[in-house]
Design a protein around this ligand. Structure first.
Ligand SMILES: Cc1ncc(COP(=O)(O)O)c(C=O)c1O
Length: 397
């Protein structure tokens, strides 16, 4: 075992007994390279982050320019920092009119925490509705709205007053009442194994929230920025949230999240008491500069418009008797296999053969596909060939 690996296992906190232990020296485009120069196709984008691929020169340049000017100056919300202002302005320009106030955070989970607090403050209500099989992050508030008991039972007591509904089940919408502060839901569920809701369901959810004065929080931490073929996933469904959550691809590879709402709702954080949400590093200027460059690159190159064709190509190529289903929208997909054992063996073989993929937290029999949006048709063919051969190897079908 390499010295670096030994040190990693000895001194870096471990979150499983079976880390992947891959070592990379550099990454560029859709590829990550190990010390021997072996390329691996990154089919998961570091879990939905590297949508522009790795080492995008435009983003790197923006980071370097900002580092030369200043890094951290002050906790969030006091100084007028150009990268924060320009990035918020750009985000607001591509969002519906009611989403005009951006609160930048450090991460997705912090955006979730801020949004839940904001919904309580604005509505004066205490109840929260969340979905079964949801994933919103790993902090206490985010865990409280996670729809999987196994991952949260060890941390109780969690937030009280959280009721769970079944995703995409219209019957449960009546559990949203005048007592509900907010519904928090992924527009397209990620860790559940990529579940796309019916149009009628999500529109009925929006209507029920409006009818009861409940804020609709759409978590697009995985699904935004072109991943599903639209800039934001809610655009597929002709609905608009009251609060939108972003992170992952938001920073072009740098750590940043955001919760975004109307000025009227966001103003609830300003008084009685002041400082409704406080963060030291949220909206770090270097991350904002990177995020702005990433969004400009995404828009200038119209990357979202290339996604539907790429999805179709994946679907054409991912045909095999052992594949039970290919689910998803755009380049946010899941390949369903018979069980976890088979899935894990196939994933490991893909990795051995230079294609990085993964399974889902709440859906272990499915393989994750979330490549950088810049992946070419040839690269899709190459990656699918490795996947199909790995499936063949273990199923002989
Ligand atoms: C849908 C969704 N929400 C929230 C989060 C939490 O984001 P973070 O890991 O940045 O805290 C994730 C992370 O995977 C996610 O997929």
């Amino acid at each position: 075992m390499s010295t670096l690996r030994q040190l990693f296992l000895a001194n870096n906190a471990q979150t499983t007994n079976f880390p992947l232990l891959l070592e990379f020296e550099r990454a560029e485009g859709i590829y990550m390279y190990n010390a021997e120069g072996k390329p691996y196709i990154d089919l998961i984008s570091g879990i939905g982050v590297s949508s522009l691929g790795h080492s995008n020169p435009y983003v790197i340049n923006a980071i370097k320019e900002q580092v030369d000017k200043y890094m951290h100056l002050m906790v969030y919300g006091e100084y007028v920092q150009t990268p924060q202002v320009c990035f918020a302005e750009k985000l607001v320009s591509v969002l519906p009119d009611n989403l005009q106030s951006v609160y930048f955070t450090n991460s997705g989970a912090e955006a979730v925490e801020g949004a839940l607090k904001l919904a309580k403050r604005f509505t004066g209500r205490q109840q929260i509705v969340a979905c079964l099989n949801s994933y919103h992050g790993s902090t206490h508030g985010a865990l409280s709205v996670m729809g999987n008991e196994e991952f949260k039972q060890a941390y109780r007591p969690l937030l009280p007053g959280v009721n769970f509904i079944r995703f995409n089940n219209p019957e449960d919408l009546m559990l949203i009442t005048e007592e509900t502060a907010c519904v928090i839901i992924e527009t397209i569920q990620g860790e559940a194994g990529i579940r796309v809701p019916d149009l009628t369901y999500i529109q009925a959810l929006r209507a029920r929230c409006t009818e009861t004065g409940t804020l609709l929080i759409l978590d697009e931490i995985q699904a935004a920025f072109g991943r599903t073929g639209k800039l934001f996933a809610f655009e597929h469904f002709d609905i608009v949230p009251d609060i939108l959550l972003l992170a992952k691809a938001l920073g072009g590879g740098m750590p940043i999240g955001a919760f975004i709402s109307s000025n009227q709702i966001m103003d609830a954080l300003k008084e009685n008491p002041i400082l409704g949400h406080i963060t030291t590093f949220g909206g770090h200027p270097v991350c904002c500069a990177a995020g702005l460059a990433a969004l400009e690159f995404l828009l200038d190159n119209n990357l979202a418009a290339t996604v539907a064709e790429k999805e179709a190509l994946f679907r054409d190529l991912l045909v095999h008797p052992a594949i039970q289903q290919v689910r998803g929208k755009g380049l946010m997909m899941a390949i369903e296999l018979e069980n976890f054992d088979l899935n894990k063996k196939i994933i490991d073989r893909c990795i051995e053969n230079g294609v990085i993929t993964d399974w889902f937290l709440h859906c272990s029999n499915s393989m994750r596909l979330a490549p950088p949006l810049i992946i070419t048709h040839d690269e899709i063919r190459k990656a699918c060939d490795v996947i199909i051969k790995a499936i063949d190897f273990y199923t002989n079908k």
